[in-house]
Design a protein around this ligand. Structure first.
Ligand code: EPU
Length: 344
């Protein structure tokens, strides 16, 4: 375990913010992780970093940044129809999706091309195109920071919600995820695929005009999702960003009625709970922020919900811009946008 000092975090955050960690260590075993927390006890703050795709650094990080680099993917259980696959927290989320698609394992193809690590995925219950991680997750394993004890949480114990989990709440800063177990379907048929969300069907027809719908596989769906994402979302390797910056607000029926009366064209999604989800991208677009910049900070031209670092914006520039966007949305709609990204 090599402790490094004044370590550049630019390659470790997808906003490409030029900040430094006072100390940095890359962890590749459970024992090393336990060692870090044993020495932590009050001595220095420890910041646990995954793929750095959901964090906005506003300053250099005091204390120790601990990069989770645990690797390994293994099949733990198998039935005639399913596989329980355990993935270590340091694996890249999309690398696991690619492996699953190559093997024709079904369940996570709609979550193709989401940046970040396996360990970060349960924290915000990643979701896209009608599927959320919680739909395939069996359990999460990790370490209690205070005792070094390993704990396994069942899907239910993770208390998943929309971009939400126990890891953002009761277990925040108390627990480090070391692996995730997912139940994937062996040889899924076209009936098992989720293709009804948004533009997936259109994209499938466009990309695979010769393929009949009943012959679609996880490969086809994954390619369609990749193609849609590439057309709207900036590639963090090219343009600094962390995907959706805010959550889509979920409002009561009453609030919806008020907004709908004032803005009949507002797109909405009615949830099973009876609440109504309003696309934050639409709200932001209505305030004129889509594609607008201030210096090197701006909202993306193809997807208004994505805050972008066009080059040399600082974390503070990005936060300031996001506050202006939030204030304008509030002024126009009386709705408070909540950030999805972790501001440090
Ligand atoms: N829209 C606009 N203007 C825009 C973009 C979108 O008005 O610039 C409206 C359209 O009406 C569109 C609707 O917003 O139908 C929804 O847009 P989109 O399908 O692009 O999805 P989103 O709600 O903005 C969410 C997730 C994404 C995920 C997509 C696809 C959140 C916060 N974000 O975005 O996740 O990829 O759905 O399922 O829920 C992420 O979390 O980082 C992320 C990218």
């Amino acid at each position: 375990m090599i402790l490094q000092h004044n370590y550049p975090l630019k390659p470790h955050n997808t906003f490409a913010l030029d900040v430094f960690a006072e100390q940095f260590v890359s962890i590749s075993s459970e024992e090393e992780l336990r060692e870090v927390f044993r020495s932590e006890q009050g001595a220095r703050p420890v910041f646990v970093l995954g793929g750095g795709s959901n964090v906005l650094f506003t300053q250099n990080v005091q204390g120790l940044v601990c990069k989770i680099a645990l690797t390994g993917i293994r099949i733990v259980r198998e039935t005639a129809e399913t596989l329980d696959v355990e993935c270590a927290a340091g694996e890249g989320w999309d690398d696991v999706v690619r492996t699953a698609v190559q093997q024709n394992w079904g369940g996570i193809e709609n979550l193709s091309l989401i940046p970040g690590s396996i360990g970060a995925a349960p924290v915000q219950n990643i979701g896209a195109y009608g599927v959320e991680l919680k739909d395939v997750l069996v359990s999460v394993q990790g370490m209690m920071r205070d005792t070094g004890e390993m704990r396994t949480l069942t899907q239910e114990e993770c208390k998943f919600g929309y971009r939400d989990s126990i890891f953002k709440r009761d277990l925040r800063n108390k627990f480090v995820i070391t692996s995730v177990m997912m139940r994937l379907r062996k040889n899924p048929t076209a009936n098992n695929l989720h293709t009804s969300y948004g533009a997936i069907r259109e994209e499938l027809t466009k990309l695979f005009p010769e393929t009949p719908h009943e012959s679609y596989t996880v490969h086809h769906v994954s390619e369609a999702v990749r193609s849609i994402r590439r057309s709207k979302l900036p590639d963090p390797a090219v343009l600094g960003n962390a995907g959706s910056f805010f959550k889509n607000p979920e409002v009561s029926r009453n609030v919806y009625e008020r907004l709908h009366a004032e803005h009949p064209a507002m797109p909405v999604f009615v949830l099973d709970s009876g609440k109504v989800k309003i696309p934050a991208a639409w709200l932001i677009e209505q305030t004129g922020w889509k594609g607008r910049k201030d210096g090197d900070a701006g909202m993306h031209a193809q997807q208004a919900l994505v805050l972008v670092n066009y080059g040399n914006a600082t974390g503070q520039d990005l936060v300031r811009l996001s506050e202006r966007v939030r204030a304008d949305v509030f002024a126009k709609f009386a709705l408070q946008l909540e950030t999805e990204v972790n501001i440090v």
